[in-house]
Design a protein around this ligand. Structure first.
Ligand code: NAD
Length: 333
């Protein structure tokens, strides 16, 4: 069975997903939701989308009556995800949502609850959870090849441009670098170490308070403590390039990914040598796998469901709290 998907938000990442979906075997782009009629016209001809499967932000609840769409993939600014996903759930369609799933754990929980109530699946666009070199490190760690894991380092950042973009507007982004790019180090720490953190400490620095206004974080360093004794040390920033690196250290070996989260190729090595997994188009694999998760109840090695999205949001909440109070924040299960 093929997963028939409508994309909501026809921006840069929405377009990347649409292009990647052209190579999918089990997922098909069949619909589009946008506030810009010209974009909908363009997508109709570019991706062969029928006009009857196109909606805008006012009328997309009517998707409820469209039997030709199974799921809606929400790829809009972060602060819009919650309401949009809840409307998708109420229309009886499966929801796929971009990261961050929402702008805080409270909203994330509301999305999880709405999808459960509507009996639809909620999945988050964690494309690295299907990436071969990432999965090879996880396999090695589980097989004990790294020994007891003691340390993770995650570096996530880039130098952001245009000060007027939504990513620097708290109302739409819900924060700054942490929501956008720091989340890769949070999520990566969890799947590389293979445990859930029990405490968080964090420190913020701001060099440009004009560009990075109140509530929009520029640079945050944070540390996570894991129940097995491992610690993670991470950096999230909007002011430096060349930061996309994961390093995992165990008593018997190490693993490094650099780049760790870009669109590819993901490269790296371990104490045993170079990682040689195939280079994939992440979004193509992700959407095929999501079809199997939705229709066959397939369990991915690393989850991509709403509960997984919520775990990252709880850590983001704790990081912001740690920055504000200067104190260690304990995380409860
Ligand atoms: P973008 O600015 O390129 O696109 C956002 C789209 O949302 C635009 O088409 C815009 O018109 C539309 N939109 C709808 N309502 C809007 C409103 N009220 N204000 C502003 N825009 C509105 O952004 P993007 O890079 O495509 O990011 C979209 C989402 O995808 C974000 O949540 C981002 O974190 C996520 N993303 C994920 C990845 C990944 O690798 N998984 C990569 C990039 C972006």
């Amino acid at each position: 069975k093929v997963l028939r998907v409508a994309i909501m938000g026809l921006g840069s990442y929405g377009t990347r997903v649409a292009d990647a979906m052209q190579a999918c075997k089990r997922a098909k782009l069949v619909g589009a939701i946008s506030g810009t009629p010209a974009k909908l016209k363009d997508w109709q001809s570019k991706y062969n989308i029928p006009a009857k499967n196109c909606y805008n932000y006012e009328n997309f609840d009517q998707i409820k009556n469209n039997r030709d769409i199974d799921a809606v993939y929400v790829i809009t600014p972060n602060a819009l995800h919650r309401d949009q996903v809840i409307r998708v759930a109420k229309a009886g369609k499966h929801a796929i949502c971009e990261k961050p799933m929402a702008i805080n754990a409270k909203e994330g929980q509301e999305m999880v609850d709405a999808c459960r109530q509507a009996n639809v699946k909620l999945l988050v666009g964690y494309r690295l959870h299907f990436e071969p070199n990432t999965l090879e490190i996880i396999r090695m760690r589980k097989a004990g090849e790294l020994g007891k894991v003691m340390f993770f380092q995650g570096l996530s950042g880039f130098k952001i441009g245009d000060p007027k973009q939504w990513r620097l507007n708290k109302e739409l982004a819900g924060g700054g670098a942490m929501m956008d790019i720091g989340i890769y180090s949070i999520n990566g720490a969890r799947y590389m170490v293979g445990e859930e953190p029990v405490w968080v400490t964090a420190q913020e620095t701001k060099t440009d308070p004009v560009k990075f206004k109140e509530g929009v974080d520029e640079t945050i360093q944070f540390q996570l403590g894991f129940p097995g004794g491992a610690v993670a040390s991470c950096l999230s920033t909007y002011t430096m390039n060349n930061l996309d690196r994961f390093f995992l250290n165990g008593e018997k070996g190490f693993a490094e990914l650099f780049p760790a989260t870009g669109y590819g190729p993901i490269k790296g090595r371990t104490h045993k040598g170079e990682l040689t997994g195939p280079h994939t188009t992440h979004q193509t694999v992700q959407m095929d796998e999501m079809a199997a998760i939705i229709f066959d109840n397939k369990q991915p090695v690393v989850p991509v469901d709403g509960a997984e999205g919520l775990k990252d949001l709880k850590i983001i909440d704790a990081i912001f709290q740690a920055v504000k109070t200067g104190r260690k924040v304990e995380l409860k299960g």
